[in-house]
Structures are given as structure tokens and as C-alpha cells.
Design a protein around this ligand. Sequence first.
Ligand code: FES
Length: 567
Amino acid sequence: MSNDADRGLARGLTHYGDGGFALYLRRSFARSMGYSSALLARPTVGICHAASDLNNCHRHFPELIEAVKRGVLTAGGLPLAFPTISLGEVFLHPTSLMYRNLMAMDVEEMCRAQPLDAVVLVGGCDKTVPAQLMGAASANVPAVQLVAGPMMSARHEGERLGACTDCRRFWARFRGGEIDRAAIDRVETRLATTAGTCAVMGTASTMACIAEALGMTLPGTAAIPAVHADRLRAGEETGRGAVALAASRLTPDRIVTAKSIENALTVLLAIGGSTNAIIHLTAIAGRLGVRVSLARLNELSDATPVLVDLKPTGSHYMEDFFAAGGMSAVLHELKPLLHLDCMTVTGETLGDRLAVPPEWVDRAVIRPLAQPFHAVGGLVALFGTLAPNGAILKRAAASADRFERAGRALVFTSPADLAARIDDSSLDVWPDDFLVMQNAGPTSGYGMPEAGYLPIPAKLARAGVKDMVRISDARMSGTAYGTVVLHVSPEAALGGPLALVRTGDRIRLSVRERRLDLEVDAAELTRRRAEWRPLSPPARGYQRLYAERVLQAEDGCDFDFLRAAQR
Ligand code: FES
């Protein structure tokens, strides 16, 4: 049984008719940690963090968590740090996305089950921030997000490097024979050299900006580099803010609303953010009964210019973005496009936060609304006979000369098939072909990997081909670029039209018309559909649960049983 009227350590007591004994027992054990009576009587602030030796992006968390504790203590709260599972992007098999929902369940249940008046969510690496926001939204505890902050860039032979756009750029040069093994080995030691999340506007930085746009962080904190002293000050201030939240009881359902989700979509488009963020934002919104429409994304995309010049679509790094004015400057420019009455975690509206313009903005990195880098948003949704429920293209990172064309499909039936054949010197492939990969979607067993950035076949890469149209039901890293159509839905593993494509078919792409069509006659598709057989599901455990209950990309790849009824 629980008693929601109680606060602090008395919150959520389990008892069987004698609540006094349950509290006495809990306080007895709490005293074994050496806290004084005065501290134990304070409001409790959980510090829900994802520190792990298998997450390089979070390696500064011990120091950051200490800063949060300082803030909580000085504001009169009792800080109680606790770990959840962590998702180190490159250390998980098959994908970190598959475990995002597991981490979200961990966060939700621990935020709800433990006696916490408010929670600071400390995350950063790609899937951790969405998992924390999803979990906190479902638990609906007062919560404030504190992100890890981005890595600093490094140097290689006079050139700046940052994970992971430059990882791909140098690997492409290595595949194309431009640099040798010794050079790529030297680059490997210089790509990721500090704590923090990837140094460009990849998924982690996009989600940090989205968290700020939603009003779930303190203002101006999304882009502070991980190793900057301001990051520790942000930690301390966030701790103080959490104590205020414990008093105000301002819950995520009052902050994450249809309007603030639309603000977040606008920011996503204006920063040329990661395609993954659409999936995550849809999942976060779904936890509070808000639906994200891809048709609405297209409307916003046509009305929202790209204001920042950051890799992978531009030339700067996240540390430059921070120094240029960061999210405060972007939000200020976007004011005419935003819902300013949205509540934020500090109790101010977004409009209150943006009342005073930033003192200085570096216009080489963040442009005014009237003079954007691109007139339209970075992402578009495509629909058509190949993607009845939608697909995503990051047009800001694509080659515009490939936007209106038809091509011959060259089909790979799975990521494994791709790996086996893509560099085969006898592969029948031409620069204008459309590379198609099937069976890499949410239920495929591959966990919707970031494999949609199909490598250019080695023989074409050596001939200087830099981009091709690539189509799949997979995702793409936020740090990648190219004419890459992703998240095709329904996925091939569910028998979507993508499953029916064969090498030699014609596919038509029209970004102008937002279309992706398979130009094969209906009778032939009916014949192929009769031949289609579903894949065998994983035998057991979480992977089985995932395959059976995960939703498609347009529903955020959340579990069907975790979404809220539509508001
Ligand atoms: Fe953690 Fe890129 S690997 S943010």
C-alpha cells in the first residue's frame, strides 16, 4: 500500500496495517547510511543516473553527480543517487535502441517505487535521455533532466576531429583507398578524446536540445561541454531546481504536452537534428497520450528553416554551438514559431525564459530566423506505395541532385546479406542504383540498427562515388549523412511492401512530392506476397518480448503496453 500524502522517506510505504512500523523500519535502515535525523527529515531528491564502465560518454558522471548533490543539499533536500541500466551506444548488441524500452521501464519503476519527492535524470548517450524522459513521464514524478554534455573536438594533423561524423568521413577515405591502415589507426586515437557525448549534432546532442525545448532541463544547459566547469555549475543548479520541484510538485504531464512536443519538433528541424529523435520524441509523447503525426512534421518542416551550421550537415562542433549562444540563442530566434505559453520545469513559461535576448550570438554558427542556412527544415517524411505508413529522409544531410529520380533497386535481404555481398567485386551495381536493405526494422531481430547508412559498394567507392540513394527499415546514426531513406513502415519483417522489392524493380523518389513508390504492378506484388514468409521470432527473454510487443517507427518503437491513452 502507498500513501501519496506522505513526503520524503515516508512516501510510498509498504505496510500491512501498521504504517508506523514500516516507517520506523525504513528510517532504521536509512540511519545505517550515517544520515542525521535532520537530513532524513528533508525532501528526498533521487539522482537517477546511467554511469557505467561500459559507457564512455558518461565517464565524468561521478563528478557531475557530486555537483548535483551539492545543489540538493544547499537547497535543503536529501540527495539519493541510484543507478539504472546504462546504454553505451557502441557497446550493445544488437542495438541500443532495443534496450531503450528496458531502460525506460527501469527508470519508470525505480522512480515510482522508491520514496522520492523529485528526481534528477542524469543521462547523455543517445538512448539514455529518451529512456529517462519516457520513464519519468510514465511515472509522472517531478523530474528535471541533466545531460552529460558533448565531448570536445580533437586534432589530427592540423584538422579538427570529432566523433562520430569524422569517424565515418575517415573510414570512407580508408575504404576508398585514399589513406592507409597506419593513418586510420592514428585517427582512431583522436576521434573521442574526452568525456561526454558525440561532438556533433548527433542523436545525443539532438535529444539534449529537445529536452531543453520541451522545458525538461534548466535553460541554457543542453550544449555545455561535458568537461567545462559550467557543466558542474549546471549540475549544482539542477540539484537546487529539483528541491524546488519537490515543493511545487510540477509533474511531466504539465510540461510535456501537445504544444511542447510541437516546439520540440520545430527545434529538431531548426537544428538539422538526428532522424532518431523523431522516434524518441514520438515515444516520449506517447507516454503522455500525445501523438506525433508525420504529416504534421512535413508541415512544420516546410515552415522551419535550419538555423545552425553544425556537423554532420554543416561544419562546426557542439563546443562551437555552446560558445555561439547554444539553445538559448536558437530558441530566441525561433520565438515566432514556438508556443511560448508552455510550462517548463522551473515553473516559468518558455516565454518567460526567452524574455531577455542573449547578449551575443556567433552568427557563423547560429543564424537569425530571417537569414537561415537553409530555408526549410532538415527532415521530411515520405509516403507512398513503398512506405504506406511513412519513411524519413534527412534532406539537410542528403544530395539534392538525387531528390527527384527513379532508380533500379539492388536488394539486400538483411544486414547479414549486405555484409556478405556489398564489397564483392562481382556485385552488379551502378552509381544510379537504389540500394535497398530489408529486414532491419524493429521486429526483425536486428533491433532496427543504425545500418541504414549502407556503405557505398567498395568498387564504386574506389571509383569516387560518395553518395547513392539508400532505402531501408533501419535507422541511421545522427552523425551520418547521405541520401538515406530510413524507418520505412510497415517494416519488411512484418510483410510490408519493402519485403516485396526485388533486384531490378524500379523505385521512384520525389522529395518535392514527399513520395516513395515501388513501380511494380499489383498482380506481381500479389504473387510475391503469397510467397512471403515471416521470420522466426527470438526464442526467449527480453528479445522475444521486444519482437512481440514493439511498435513501428511512426509509433516511436515503444512497447504497445507502455503507451498512454491519447489525450
Ligand atoms: Fe555516446 Fe555518441 S557514443 S553519444
